[in-house]
Design a protein. Structure first.
Length: 292
């Protein structure tokens, strides 16, 4: 199976990290097109992934030599819908539904299959009139570190996105008297964390939560989007409503039982959310398109 992967992003965010993890795990037979000046190109080549510069000409030409095209971002979805010469699979990670314009209906009608990052995202696609039988739910996968975390820090992802809830978390911290380390590098900070607090107003899934769980770090997460699908309230973390008082109570509760939550969280990743699970389920989606 020859699969052409497209990612036109200029940043290294959750989608790009998942693309890298998928390509590393699937191995031979996969080629990535991505902007030559973007960080994904550099990292992919460092990791030995077959990578070529993304352009409309390279997309059109390379798709003719592929069995399948997999678009990993919205922009690459648009171009692949117009130019791909072979069946198209599209990853959908965002929590908001597609637009209802004529152009959007055309664009979202082109893919042979969608890979939704959560059941919540699957439902938003169905609401936009994408047939449910053309959607596969494939959760993000994370690598499981050799050691669990050993620390007491309360960590939260650093973000200036207004849809994220760090303003609510700051109010909760003032109410309950705890300190938060806002991290711009979770891989660096999670090994010394005791808790991850993931507060957001919108979320397709929340791969940072899975990363923390892999380290045995329990998660306090907002009751939005796909987060309640991966953070089991009272078992692998605590789900909270987006009010400062509720967040404060959730953090205090999680700290009291963090040892058992962390153990359960790591087990959940091993059983359901590893990179190997993600790659295997993605390959099954490809086979559904190709009839394999």
């Amino acid at each position: 199976m020859q699969v052409l992967h497209l990612d036109a992003g200029q940043e290294m965010r959750g989608g790009q990290l998942q693309c890298l993890a998928l390509l590393e795990t699937l191995g031979n037979g996969h080629t990535l097109l991505t902007p030559s000046d973007g960080p994904l190109m550099r990292v992919a080549r460092e990791r030995g992934i077959k990578t070529e510069p993304f352009s409309l000409m390279s997309l059109s030409a390379a798709s003719r030599e592929s069995d399948l095209v997999h678009a990993h971002c919205a922009r690459s979805h648009t171009w692949a819908a117009a130019l791909s010469q072979t069946p198209l699979v599209v990853s959908r990670r965002v929590a908001f539904p597609p637009k209802r314009s004529v152009l959007s209906r055309w664009k979202y009608g082109r893919p042979h299959r969608y890979i939704a990052v959560s059941d919540f995202v699957r439902r938003t696609l169905i609401e936009a009139e994408v047939p449910g039988e053309r959607i596969s739910v494939v959760y993000d996968g994370v690598r499981i570190p050799g050691r669990t975390a050993s620390g007491d820090c309360i960590v939260a992802p650093l973000s200036d996105d207004p849809m994220k809830g760090n303003d609510l978390l700051a109010q909760a911290a003032d109410l309950a008297g705890f300190r938060v380390r806002y991290s711009d590098d979770l891989e660096r900070d999670l090994p010394t964390a005791g808790l991850l607090v993931y507060i957001t107003r919108s979320e397709g899934l929340g791969s940072a939560a899975l990363m923390a769980m892999a380290y045995g770090v329990p998660v306090v997460a907002s009751n939005v989007g796909g987060l309640p699908e991966i953070v089991q309230d009272g078992e692998t973390g605590i789900i909270t409503e987006n009010q400062p008082e509720a967040i404060a109570d959730a953090v205090i509760r999680a700290l009291r039982i963090r040892e058992s939550l962390g153990t359960n969280a790591r087990c959940a990743v091993e059983q359901r959310y590893s990179v190997e699970h993600m790659a295997r389920n993605t390959k099954q989606a490809y086979e559904q398109v190709l009839g394999g």
